[in-house]
Write a protein of this length. Structure first.
Length: 277
């Protein structure tokens, strides 16, 4: 996904997969994954925790009940708050991941068309070295490079994540059931993930390009400049690069995320009932 959005010389998804495998073997598909894997538990727990607690707070303020069925406006507001909070954790993690994935890629100087001919050379020895290098050279602003694009991606993205999930889960769950069954959660979560990631792709492209920028060159002055340069050089289709990968990976990833979330809630509620009969 990152290679398609910010890299040069990949015609389509299949060509990208074959090129990465041919040049870097299987290890190329796992570049930059250690940092996201180490932080995914914290990131997900914060996002889902903020969403759930904001929703409960809104229900309490509006209806004086913690477990009242949330209105659409409540879900939208809770999703927005979750999206805002996610940027604080997600931006540095994504930056490190993208820098590690893109540091050996060919590059083209700003505003110069043509095929990439100059290969990149590894700049970072690993995620910690990457983070420390960016922090030392660019400061906090460098660590949070692309935060504006991530804001424009994640706030509407989480609205189109939690709202479809709530709708589909309620629609699939049989009448009379207090909570959705695992199969309903799995299906609703997958559909919500595919919708969210598919619609978030344009700003995901911009974010990836901004965060990849700076390994060797600094082509973009900011989010708007990145949008304008990308459109001027490659047309509207550039903002849909990686949409297939995003939508396909969004289904199983979100299914697992929501299933874990709902099962955890059930387990905690059961424990509370047993300890407080």
């Amino acid at each position: 996904q990152t290679r398609l959005q910010a890299g040069q010389g990949y015609g389509n998804t299949l060509n990208c997969v074959l090129t990465v495998y041919r040049n870097e073997s299987v290890a190329g598909f796992f570049k930059g994954m250690s940092f996201p894997l180490a932080s995914i538990a914290v990131y997900s727990s914060v996002v889902f925790g903020v969403f759930s607690n904001t929703q409960r707070l809104l229900s309490q303020l509006r209806h004086r009940e913690l477990d009242h069925m949330p209105a659409l406006a409540d879900v939208a507001l809770a999703s927005t708050v979750a999206g805002l909070v996610s940027i604080g954790i997600g931006t540095p993690v994504d930056l490190v991941k993208i820098r590690l994935q893109m540091q050996t890629q060919p590059y083209i100087k700003a505003n110069i068309k043509g095929k990439p001919t100059v290969p990149g050379f590894p700049v970072y020895r690993g995620p910690i070295h990457c983070f420390r290098t960016v922090l030392r050279k660019e400061g906090i602003a460098g660590v949070y490079r692309g935060a504006g694009a991530m804001l424009l991606r994640d706030v509407p993205g989480y609205c189109l994540y939690f709202i479809p999930y709530t709708f589909f889960c309620g629609w699939i769950t049989p009448d009379g059931c207090i909570s959705p069954n695992p199969s309903s959660v799995w299906l609703a979560g997958g559909v919500a993930g595919a919708i969210s990631w598919g619609t978030a792709t344009p700003m995901d492209v911009v974010k990836s390009r901004l965060q990849a920028d700076g390994v060797y060159l600094n082509k973009y002055k900011g989010t708007l400049d990145c949008i304008l340069q990308s459109y001027r050089n490659e047309g509207l289709k550039v903002f849909f690069r990686g949409i297939t990968v995003n939508a396909v990976r969004g289904f199983p990833m979100s299914s697992a995320m929501f299933l874990g979330y709902e099962l955890s809630l059930k387990a905690m509620k059961r424990d509370q009932t047993e300890t407080n009969p």
